[in-house]
Design a protein around this ligand. Sequence first.
Ligand code: C2E
Ligand code: MG
Ligand code: MG
Ligand code: MG
Length: 293
Amino acid sequence: AAKRAGKGTFRLFTPATAEDPRARLELETGLRRALDEDEFELYFQPVVDTVTGRTVGAEALVRWNSADGIVTPLRFVPVAEETGLIVPLGAWVLEEACRQTRAWALAHPEREPLRINVNLSAVQFSRPNIVAEVADTLLRTDLPPEQLCLEITETGLMADTELTIATLRELKALGVRVAIDDFGTGYSSLSYLQRFPVDVVKVDQAFTAGLGRSQVDSEIVAAVVRLAAACGITVVAEGVETVEQRRALVDLGCPLIQGYLIARPLPAGQFEDLWLARPDGRPAGQRDQQRQP
Ligand code: C2E
Ligand code: MG
Ligand code: MG
Ligand code: MG
């Protein structure tokens, strides 16, 4: 990631754990102030149906508008997790994502309501009152539970299997959906798809990058798509950057994609414009016959 970000932003991608304690403390202090002063903002990246091209949802991704510019979550989320600041930050992200998604549904009743994906840190997920917090947020924001999908990384699900499964069941009982994020990056096993009660699996962008270049990556994606379908789980391929990757994913039967090819994560206003300019998730014939260009 550091290489791709370019020279000017290299510093922002330095793993926080590799830093000297002073720089870390500065970051921690900055994060606390940022929370107080509302310096966080949500960006939204569309999730698109591979067959119809329709935008069915979005992933909410947090950004920090600091005095030194926009800071990536790759840099501050790990520090927020280590310091516990991820709890108030994560609560803000969840509330803001639900509030915005509800506001979009009310402002555009002619559109199919968006599904919103919110990243939940393992630190948040393992807190005893997480289910009540999610339930309260849904009530406060008036968002129908089926519009919310919580993304938890594969490694985040592995800490305590029994407790994880119990929590996932409770979240599902609320009516929210759950996704395994970054699938394939941890010590994953395809059997997790059967063991954990999840609705969505997000194939990590490393595998998407290998499509058409690595036979093994293509076979892994094919296997995940097949097994997920057999388990009644839907699949999102992350990090789709090229038309070749999209074509390979269509050929493999991957139902949903997300990536720079469709759009980068966008500020709320820009995302809304893009969402309205393109066909949405409503089945063809129900509102129009428009096709993706
Ligand atoms: P993630 O949840 O796996 O999110 C996907 C990341 O891939 C995002 O990075 C997104 O901008 C990036 N991405 C999307 N399409 C492409 C593409 O085509 N090519 C490439 N190279 N990258 C693409 P971002 O926004 O920097 O977020 C990084 C990670 O930070 C996220 O990975 C997630 O683990 C974490 N994160 C972001 N927002 C939150 C949040 O609100 N809460 C928590 N707990 N973690 C968050
Ligand atoms: Mg995610
Ligand atoms: Mg991911
Ligand atoms: Mg990731």
